[in-house]
Design a protein around this ligand. Structure first.
Ligand code: DQA
Length: 145
């Protein structure tokens, strides 16, 4: 069965309580349940991973080669800082979709730059939980291409 890796970056474990004015009340469990339901219907297998640690995310991506057909990632704050995550995506060559709950381009200037976007197939930003759902749809299409 086609396998897709989902990675949630730092502080996304706090969704629901974290800055609800920006991120809403949705929790990471709510998101994962929706993603799993879509995956079941589309007959793809999802592995879901959350970490607050850059090196753990780098390790996870580094081990993804030949195992996963696509990566759906919200790198969270590492979007704007992590050369290591960008390089891991390049090293594995895994087709990647970057997602964000908030519209990073309507927020502070430092969020306008994504180090991941240039090595991703595409980016979806600003649709709350739906960013992940649209992102999974795109990841499934890439995985099956
Ligand atoms: C985020 C946007 C990032 O700028 C921020 O650091 C996050 C969440 C989003 O999903 O909107 O932690 O990736």
């Amino acid at each position: 069965m086609t396998k897709i890796l989902v990675i949630h970056g730092p502080n996304l474990n706090l969704l629901g309580k974290r800055e609800p004015g920006i991120y809403g009340k949705v929790t990471i469990d709510n998101i994962n349940k929706k993603l799993r339901a879509i995956a079941r219907k589309k007959k793809v297998q999802l592995d879901v991973f959350q970490s607050n640690h850059e090196g753990e995310i780098v390790d996870k991506i580094g081990r993804a080669k030949n195992k996963y057909k696509a990566l759906l990632i919200n790198p969270a704050a590492y979007t704007h800082t992590s050369v290591a995550i960008r390089d891991a995506i390049l090293a594995t060559g895994i087709p990647t979709i970057e997602v964000h709950l908030s519209n990073i381009y309507s927020r502070e200037d430092f969020r306008h730059i994504s180090l991941v976007a240039p090595v991703a197939k595409g980016q979806i930003s600003g649709f709350g939980m739906d960013s992940y759902l649209y992102g999974l749809d795109a990841a499934i299409k890439l995985a099956n291409a």
